[in-house]
Design a protein around this ligand. Structure first.
Ligand SMILES: Nc1ncnc2c1ncn2[C@@H]1O[C@H](COP(=O)(O)OP(=O)(O)OP(=O)(O)O)[C@@H](O)[C@H]1O
Ligand SMILES: [Mg+2]
Length: 327
């Protein structure tokens, strides 16, 4: 089971105060201080009381037809970090591979999943399970492979099939993340129609550009058919500044006006911690040791939750670093 933690220094950096100030505040509020070595850390319930942030409730669907780009790894890592800022997070796994569900350490063989909701066997709210403090999950299993067919055979409206259910629980969560399979079917389109934003992770792989084009066209068709414009945000994942592949990919994105404007201000560097934590059923935030993976996901999560301090936004605009491709 994942067990995300945030260090005192991460909290003090956010508020631009000393560690002592944070420890004092936590004592005054009688919050639980836990320690690893001699370092104090906090978990969702205690850090929520330290940050005292208000969030603009949002639904994001992570989707692109390309597999292995980090939809699941980013869903899990963003969920972990957001929960540490005090956000109450719901992850919805609609991928029949159930990677997110497995990574969370949830055995879903006997659990109800989205297809059971669509078949009318169970209420959506009853499928939600607790993962850890601050993170809930609608699990998935292989049976979700028939979501597309079911939606087609039953002629379910794509703009309602998931949205009606998600809207019922939206007030309870600060952040809802839908982890989609690498496909373009009705189920994934319905996830986009239930979301405020679609997040498309791309990696240094030319196929990702084709995936983005397909997604962009899909979102245009949705707009024409259902009158709903769902904005797309692109996150560059597995960035490695030393490789031409990464540099070429970013220049291709930047030369297209639409993609350029859709890019998050940050990007996620290639880091083995993602796969290692996955292998151990942990999140990258289960340890409090600083790493580039933590730093990048932290910045992305702040963008998503819209809690980025103004000066951070200006200072950390990372796009210029991308464009030095002449050498
Ligand atoms: N920034 C990164 N650096 C290194 N490895 C990464 C990074 N992001 C993700 N990974 C790893 O890449 C692999 C594929 O990621 P993931 O399973 O999240 O992709 P996906 O888009 O969800 O794939 P699928 O479409 O098949 O569900 C995983 O082993 C994951 O840990
Ligand atoms: Mg996945």
């Amino acid at each position: 089971m994942i067990s995300p933690k945030i260090s005192t220094s991460d909290i003090s950096l956010f508020f631009n105060v000393t560690n002592q100030a944070i420890l004092k505040k936590s004592k005054l509020k009688q919050l639980k201080q836990e320690k690893t070595g001699n370092k104090v850390y906090f978990t969702h319930s205690s850090s929520k009381n330290l940050f005292e942030l208000n969030f603009d409730k949002k639904v994001f669907s992570l989707q692109i037809v390309k597999g292995g780009v980090g939809k699941t790894a980013l869903t899990l890592s963003i969920a972990a970090r957001a929960s540490l800022y005090g956000a109450k997070v719901l992850c919805i796994d609609i991928d029949q591979q159930a990677n997110l569900t497995n990574h969370f350490g949830i055995k879903s063989d006997e659990l109800p999943v989205m297809i059971d909701v669509l078949k009318g066997n169970i209420k959506f709210e009853k499928t939600i399970v607790n993962v850890t403090d601050g993170i809930h999950l609608v699990p998935s299993r292989i049976d979700n492979a028939i979501l597309d067919d079911h939606i087609m055979v039953e002629s379910l409206r794509l703009d309602q099939v998931y949205k009606t259910h998600i809207d019922k629980v939206k007030d309870f969560y600060d952040l809802i993340l839908i982890d989609c399979p690498p496909s373009l079917g009705r189920s994934v389109a319905s996830a986009a129609l239930a979301a405020d934003y679609v997040i498309a992770p791309v990696t240094p792989d030319a196929q990702c550009l084709s995936g983005l084009k397909l997604l962009q066209n899909g979102l245009s068709s949705i707009k024409e058919k259902y009158g709903r414009s769902v904005p797309m945000k692109i996150i560059f994942n597995k960035f490695d500044g030393r490789t031409m592949l990464s540099r070429n990919m970013i220049s291709r994105l930047l030369e297209n006006e639409f993609y350029r404007e859709s890019l998050f201000n940050t990007y996620i560097r290639q880091n083995q911690d993602f796969a290692n934590s996955c292998a151990n059923c942990e999140s990258i935030f289960d340890s409090i040791k600083p790493s580039s993976a933590k730093e990048d996901i932290d910045f992305l999560t702040k963008e998503i939750l819209d809690i980025l301090p103004a000066e951070d936004n200006a200072e950390k605009m990372r796009t210029p670093e991308f464009v030095s491709i002449e050498d």
